[in-house]
Design a binder for this molecule. Structure first.
Ligand SMILES: NC(=O)c1ccc[n+]([C@@H]2O[C@H](COP(=O)([O-])OP(=O)(O)OC[C@H]3O[C@@H](n4cnc5c(N)ncnc54)[C@H](OP(=O)(O)O)[C@@H]3O)[C@@H](O)[C@H]2O)c1
Length: 329
């Protein structure tokens, strides 16, 4: 089978396609013929050995795939060859075939194509659980989404609207803001300064004061860096700031007096810390939003497997709009 391989840690350009032996499923495992894979920001971090877990090279990168079950290991009875599934793992997805534990697979609902299924995956699940169970967004709330043109950010824009919130989308370019508008954003803020003597943080702080004079109920932040503080300042009393990731490469430092004076709550998002009952409720609601067409992922770019390095580079540079996919069909 053909697979993108990382021969040693480095930039996206270290990745090259090779022929590898087809993997064989062990007991409890399933082999999937991959049709599409999503390129996620953590894939770039794993390649560079900057992720919280190290994967020793050589390895096949890629953490999210869709495809068709083609062989079962002993003891697997919940899937059959021909089933359409999505799956996640730390690595291995940028290949024509992947072997994984059956527990990490989910069936793709009828009527949803493989590309939409894989693009929906982690980005939409992150955004929805964060909005619903961490930010506790309710109808009528005003929500600020940083990185609103990103995979998680665009999902958050769309899903906050599904929850009845109004959304202020913050991003670095008109292209990203146009995508946020098409996903339902009510207000659009480009944080790039109009003049050289102004910083992005100052630009955002002033724009948020104008856009949200009464403050927002929640901030979703997958970016970090200099924009987190002005977004936190734009919260109303008792507002919730959810930190999801640091795509900017900088972990922000927030003066705690800002938290104290408005009784703000700063909360982290991790899947494993969600209440199990809420987790299953959210997953059911999210599936319904997908199957009824109320939520539909924005796929910004699709590359062939041969161009896995280019796809990873687009994501590494923060230039992706919505989801970037590899087509292996
Ligand atoms: N906690 C969790 O369980 C969880 C789950 C999924 C993802 N995450 C994290 O969430 C973050 C966003 O993921 P994503 O898939 O939405 O990423 P993405 O699609 O690659 O977007 C990241 C966004 O970050 C902004 N950015 C600013 N500086 C950047 C830089 N130097 N390099 C790259 N991007 C930069 C860009 O927005 P602007 O151009 O508008 O600034 C870009 O659109 C990642 O850090 C990821 O690890 C966490």
């Amino acid at each position: 089978m053909r697979a993108a391989v990382c021969p040693g840690y480095g930039d996206p350009e270290v990745v090259a396609v090779q022929d590898l032996p087809a993997p064989v499923p062990e007991p409890g495992q399933v082999r999937v013929r991959v049709t599409a894979a999503a390129v996620n920001f953590p894939d770039v971090l794993v390649l560079a050995n900057k992720y919280q877990i190290s994967v020793p090279p050589p390895f096949v990168p890629g953490s999210e795939f869709a495809g068709v079950v083609d062989e079962l290991g002993d003891g697997v009875d919940e899937f059959a060859p021909g089933d359409r599934v999505t799956g996640t793992g730390l690595y291995g997805a940028f290949a024509e075939q992947v072997v994984t534990k059956s527990a990490s697979l989910s069936r793709i609902p009828d009527g949803i194509d493989d590309r939409d299924a894989v693009a929906f995956g982690v980005a939409y699940r992150t955004a929805y659980h964060a909005l619903r169970s961490v930010a506790r967004v309710r109808e009528g709330d005003r929500v600020i989404v940083l990185g609103a043109g990103s995979g998680v950010g665009l999902a958050a824009v769309q899903l906050a609207r599904c929850l009845g919130a109004t959304v202020t989308a913050v991003a670095s370019s008109q292209e990203k803001l146009d995508a946020a508008k098409s996903c339902g954003a009510d207000q659009l803020i480009n944080y790039r300064p109009a003049t050289p003597d102004t910083t992005p943080a100052q630009t955002l702080r002033s724009a948020l004061r104008t856009a949200l004079p009464d403050g927002a109920a929640a901030v979703l932040d997958p970016v970090g860096g200099d924009l987190s503080e002005p977004a936190l300042r734009a919260l109303r009393r008792g507002g919730r700031f959810v930190t999801i990731g640091y795509a900017s490469g900088t972990i922000p430092r927030i003066p705690l007096n800002l938290v104290l004076v408005k009784s703000i709550q700063i909360l982290g998002f991790q899947f494993q810390d969600l209440d199990p009952t809420e987790f299953h409720r959210n997953e059911d609601e999210l599936r319904a939003l997908l199957t009824t067409g109320q939520a539909r992922p924005h796929i910004g770019a699709v590359f062939p497997l041969d161009q896995a390095a280019q796809a990873l580079r687009l994501v590494a540079d923060g230039r992706a709009v919505g989801k970037v996919l590899l087509d292996l069909s």
